[in-house]
Write a protein that binds this ligand. Structure first.
Ligand code: DAH
Length: 340
C-alpha cells in the first residue's frame, strides 16, 4: 500500500507542476481529490489491508490527502492570481493615448440664421411667439386684410386641407394670433415653417419665415428702420445700412420692401447685388389700421409695425448658396461647412 501511495504521490507532483490554468486545475481536482478521484479511492483499498496495519495505513492516506489538498490550494491561488494579472494586462487602458475623435454635430444654416435674427431682436425686448402651422383662412388671410376674392391670394399658392383649414402660407398668422392673446404693448417674433405650392431654384414648398410685430403707442416706420439697422449689422456685420422702398402688402399701410447695402461689395456694385449696391431682404410696413381693428385694438390709440423675413433667402445670401434645394438635402459635405 505504501508503494502505491508513493507512486501516486510522484504522479500527483508531476501533474500538479504542469497545471497552468483553471481547466487543467479542475481536471487535476477531478482526477485526484473529487469523490470519485484517486485519493478517496485509496480509502476503499483499506479493506484489503490487514486489520493490524489498517490504522497506520489509514493515517498515511489521510496525511497524503491533506498534503495534496494543501498543494492543490496553493496551485489554485497561484492560478487565480496569474489569471487576474493576465486579465488586468489585457484590459489595461493607456491614458497617454490620444483620444478617439468623435464627430460633432453642428447647427443647420437655417437654424444659425434663425438664431442670429432672434438674438438681434431679443436684445430689443422682443419675445418669441409660436403660432400654428395648420391654421384657418381667417387667421392666415381674412383678418390680415386679405379677403376671399383678393388678388393677393394668387401670390401665395395655398395648400388647403379643407375649405377653411390650410397650411399657413406666411408667419403673418402669428400677428393675428399674438394680438388675440396679448394686449399692447406687444413685441413678438414668430419664427416657423410656411408652405406654398411652389418649387424651383429659389422656392421650396416648405420654407421658413420670421415675422416681427410691434404694437404700442406712437410706433412709426422710423422704429422699423431703426430695428432693421440693428438686425442687418447683426446678420451681415457692422456698418451695413438699410433702404426702404415703397411696396404693397394688404396688412401694412404704408408697405415697404427693405434692402441692405451689399455686404459683398460694400455698395459699389457687384454680381450679387446685380450692380445696384443693394440687396432686397424683407418686406414690412406700418400695420394696417384694419388689421388692428380686426384684432380689437383701437388704431387711434395704438399703431404698429410688422415685417416678414425669409430665412432661407438670408441663409443663401449670407453663405453664398445658389440653390434652395441644397438647404434641404442635408448633404454632410455642405452641412460640415457650418460647424462652429
Ligand atoms: N407675409 C409676407 C410674405 O409672406 C411677408 C411680409 C411682408 C410680412 C410685410 C409682414 C409685412 O409682416 O409687414 O410675403
Amino acid at each position: 500500500m505504501q508503494k502505491i501511495i508513493e507512486e501516486l504521490a510522484a504522479k500527483v507532483e508531476a501533474d500538479l507542476s504542469s497545471v497552468s490554468n483553471k481547466e487543467t486545475l479542475s481536471a487535476f481536482w477531478k482526477e485526484y481529490l473529487s469523490k470519485t478521484g484517486k485519493i478517496p479511492g485509496l480509502m476503499k483499498e483499506l479493506k484489503n489491508v490487514s486489520p493490524e496495519e489498517r490504522p497506520a495505513v489509514g493515517k498515511m492516506i489521510n496525511e497524503f490527502k491533506v498534503k495534496v489538498q494543501q498543494d492543490y490550494d496553493t496551485a489554485s491561488a497561484r492560478i487565480q492570481s496569474e489569471e487576474l494579472s493576465k486579465r488586468n494586462a489585457a484590459e489595461a487602458v493607456d491614458i497617454t493615448m490620444p483620444a478617439k475623435i468623435r464627430p460633432m454635430g453642428g447647427l443647420h444654416p437655417i437654424t444659425l440664421v434663425r438664431n442670429q435674427i432672434i438674438d438681434a431682436f431679443l436684445g430689443m425686448g422682443f419675445q418669441v411667439f409660436d403660432a400654428q402651422e395648420i391654421d384657418d383662412d381667417d387667421h392666415n388671410f381674412t383678418r390680415l386684410n386679405v379677403p376671399k376674392d383678393h388678388p393677393a391670394r394668387d401670390m401665395q399658392d395655398t395648400f388647403y386641407l379643407t375649405d377653411e383649414l390650410l397650411l399657413r402660407t406666411q408667419t403673418s398668422n402669428g400677428q393675428i394670433r399674438s394680438m388675440d392673446s396679448m394686449k399692447p404693448p406687444i413685441k413678438v417674433l414668430v419664427p416657423g415653417r410656411v408652405f406654398r405650392s411652389d418649387s424651383d431654384a429659389t422656392h421650396s414648398p416648405m420654407f421658413h419665415q420670421m415675422e416681427g410685430l410691434v404694437v404700442d403707442r406712437g410706433i412709426t416706420l422710423c422704429d422699423l428702420q431703426g430695428m432693421l439697422d440693428q438686425l442687418v449689422s447683426n446678420l451681415f456685420g457692422d456698418g451695413m445700412r438699410t433702404r426702404l422702398r415703397p411696396s404693397f402688402f394688404p396688412f401694412t399701410e404704408p408697405s415697404v420692401e427693405v434692402d441692405v447695402s451689399c455686404f459683398e461689395c460694400g455698395g459699389k456694385g457687384c454680381s450679387l447685388c446685380k450692380g445696384t449696391g443693394w440687396i432686397e431682404i424683407l418686406g414690412g410696413g406700418v400695420v394696417n389700421r384694419k388689421v388692428l381693428k380686426n384684432c380689437g385694438i383701437d388704431p387711434d390709440e395704438y399703431s404698429g409695425i410688422a415685417f416678414g423675413i425669409g430665412i432661407e433667402r438670408i441663409a443663401m445670401l449670407k453663405y453664398g448658396i445658389n440653390n434652395m434645394g441644397l438647404l434641404f438635402e442635408n448633404d454632410l459635405r455642405l452641412l460640415r461647412q457650418f460647424q462652429e
